[in-house]
Design a protein around this ligand. Sequence first.
Ligand code: ADP
Ligand code: MG
Length: 146
Amino acid sequence: MMSKTIITNNLEETQKLGEHLARNLSSNVIALYGDLGTGKTTFVQGVAKGLGIKNKIISPTFIIMRAYEIKSNNQKIKCFYHLDLYRIENKKDLEELGIEEIMNDPQNVVVVEWAEKIKETLPKERIDIYFEYIDEKKRKITLIKN
Ligand code: ADP
Ligand code: MG
């Protein structure tokens, strides 16, 4: 297990961290944990940028999942999925998303906000990232690679 803790001092630093992770991916599933406003979506914006996605990343809270096709010459990854499970209340909603199949395809990069809601479904091979609020501009971000 590898674990690393970083303090970011503004949203740009959090985005840069996401971008760096995307350029050095060691797993195709990234599970994010932390309260509202701790910087998860901000981090995902950086991940998307690192994967070469030009679209603006907005929180998918109201639609749960967004898929972004990756058109770059990197054939290893074909699609980026951004999930926000904040509003998920039951297992049935999750099953309809087909999330297990999506995560099982190594050509997909999948980032999940509120990942604790699918604890049993997450693959063992993943990166866990914990977000904590320190003050208005500072966030504590802990990355764990199992
Ligand atoms: P979440 O997805 O965890 O609910 P968001 O990324 O949507 O959080 O929101 C984080 C909010 O905190 C944004 O308004 C952002 O501008 C602000 N913010 C302030 N400092 C930071 C930081 N160091 N990292 C990330 N976001 C920060
Ligand atoms: Mg969010």
